[in-house]
Design a protein around this ligand. Structure first.
Ligand code: XMP
Length: 510
């Protein structure tokens, strides 16, 4: 395995991801983990991440320099390079010429660190630093330089110590992945034999050790993240896991039944299933403002969760399906999802519950969670399901919510999902769903006049939900969806397709 010592860079997780993508196991640990623990991992290589501090500060994060005597290959990235230089008696200064963003570097020496990378043309790399190395430690040589950083890449090949001033893990850096591969494979001599299967096994073991014989509570939503969290924990601690699933009456058609069946029948998990539909419907009566609806749904969820959790005695841990994008604050994954996610993740738990958090997915990106779900044997249907907002159909029914409207929307939404799947679009798009517009328009069906509601179809492509575009679905597919909805769903006599991108629109209508 490769160990990354984290000095606080927003990119630390990305480094781990890039390495794992190449089938080498990699773990992130805080910079101040005891050296004996690092040694116990028996790593093939160590990466010192970047970080926001200055190595010149008196209290800045540091390391025991003994690590450099181990003869384990070490790569210092940005802050990591500066720290290594400082600790090995090189010199670091606050630079008058900070480098932020794209810079070109020239490769100066033929070294396996730059294997497979032509040295004839400059490399565009991504830098982000205020301090810079002005004198490299004894034994080091220059591998690459930029105008402002004469020591853009340096190495002491005898001790296998490498340092770079730029970030190889970001996509803006040319050949960045090749550089990481060169370090991991050519210098650390790792083998590409790690996969999600082994991650799963390692996580299960780690969770069992972390939690021991304590009891864990997990809030299930039926989405991929909480499902994978729960299944993983169940494998690790069995009956010491209890899940709470609050059915808010605003879920997709048959969703509650499916969640309960999966966990009660398939996994035999201790499941507290609260059908709170009526409570949510009652609270939403007469409310048509979107924000008010969101607040009511979020608060009610927390109130119910709290009440149920308090009934369970002796629980010391709360499990959450927090993913990497939720963790890094500096990458702004903002918008309504962030706020409501905290509802969903029970961010507002009362102080007196005093539970420690277990977040087994915090190093993973969404696609890795899906891969883990498959490794756990979860159905593809569940693993690849589209994101679904916490407030559910409550924000896909414009204006006031009623049971009748929920039923209508569930039927229409089911048809959209079936047809999108049948046409092979489901996995390609970010989300596809129906929205109910409870305004009435005139139509004619079987020679009779109708005066009914409208369904809008929304189908968007996106990478992270921050921006999205409407998908150019084929006309015959749209036609089929429209026909089916009008023929099969009572109360609907008109179907429209939403062709708004985000921005200026949002994905959800409310
Ligand atoms: P918008 O509508 O802001 O949605 O473009 C962006 C993404 O976030 C999802 N979304 C939510 N997810 N709770 C969630 O867990 C919410 O309240 C919420 N609102 C929106 C939305 O489905 C889309 O994928």
């Amino acid at each position: 395995m490769i160990i990354i010592l984290d000095f606080g860079s927003q990119y630390t997780q990305l480094i781990a991801r890039r390495i794992r993508e190449h089938n080498v196991y990699c773990e992130i640990h805080p910079f101040n983990i005891p050296l004996s623990d690092i040694k116990a991992f028996n790593p093939k290589g160590i990466i010192l991440s970047g970080g926001p501090s200055s190595v010149l500060g008196e209290t800045s994060p540091s390391l025991d320099p003994e690590i450099f005597q181990w003869e384990i290959p070490i790569l210092g990235i940005c802050y990591g390079l500066q720290l290594m230089s400082k600790l090995l008696n090189g010199k670091v200064e606050n630079s008058n010429h900070s480098e932020y963003g794209r810079t070109e570097i020239e490769i100066k020496t033929n070294n396996r660190f730059f294997n497979e990378i032509p040295s004839t043309t400059p490399l565009t790399v991504w830098m982000s630093h205020g301090d810079r190395v002005v004198e490299i430690p004894k034994g080091f040589e220059v591998l690459a330089a930029s105008t402002n950083s004469p020591f853009a890449a340096v190495a002491d090949t005898k001790r296998n110590l490498y340092g770079i001033q730029f970030h190889p893990e970001v996509t803006h850096t040319d050949k960045g992945i090749q550089i990481l591969k060169n370090f991991v494979f050519d210098i650390c001599e790792s083998s590409p034999d790690w996969d999600m299967e082994s991650f799963k096994e390692a996580k299960i073991k780690e969770l069992a050790e972390q939690v021991g014989n304590e009891k864990v509570l997990c809030a299930l939503s039926g989405g991929v993240d909480s499902t994978v969290t729960a299944v993983l924990l169940h494998k690790a601690i069995g009956d010491n896991l209890t899940c709470i699933f609050v059915d808010n009456g605003l879920l997709r058609k048959d969703e509650a039944k499916k969640v309960v069946a999966l966990f009660e029948k398939h996994y035999q998990v201790n499941l507290v299933h609260i059908d709170a539909s009526q409570t949510f419907w009652d609270k939403l009566k007469g409310i048509s403002d979107p924000e008010q609806k969101r607040k009511i749904i979020g608060n009610e969820f927390i109130a119910i969760f709290e009440k149920e959790a308090k009934k369970l005695k002796g629980i010391n841990y709360l499990a959450q399906g927090t993913l990497y994008p939720d963790v890094i604050e500096s990458v702004s994954f903002k918008g309504p999802s962030a706020v409501i996610k905290s509802h969903h993740n029970v961010g507002g738990l009362p102080e007196d519950m005093k539970m420690s958090l277990v977040e087994p997915l915090r190093e993973l990106f969404k696609d890795e969670v899906r891969e883990l779900g498959l490794a756990l044997g979860l159905d593809e249907e569940l693993v690849f399901r589209h994101p679904f907002p916490g407030p559910g159909l409550g924000i896909r029914i414009l204006g006031e919510v009623s049971q009748e409207k929920i039923k209508v929307l569930q039927e229409a939404d089911q048809i959209v999902m079936e047809e999108i799947k049948a046409a092979g679009y489901y996995r390609q798009v970010w989300q596809s769903f129906a929205v109910l517009l409870p305004i009435r328009s005139v139509g004619v069906m079987g020679d009779a006049r109708t005066y009914d509601w409208t369904i809008a179809i929304r189908c968007v492509s996106s990478k992270d939900a921050m921006t999205a575009d409407w998908v150019q679905l084929p006309y015959d597919l749209l036609g089929k969806i429209s026909n089916r909805i009008i023929n099969e769903v009572q109360k609907i006599n008109r179907v429209v397709y939403d062709i708004t991108s985000k921005p200026p629109g949002t994905i959800e209508w409310e």
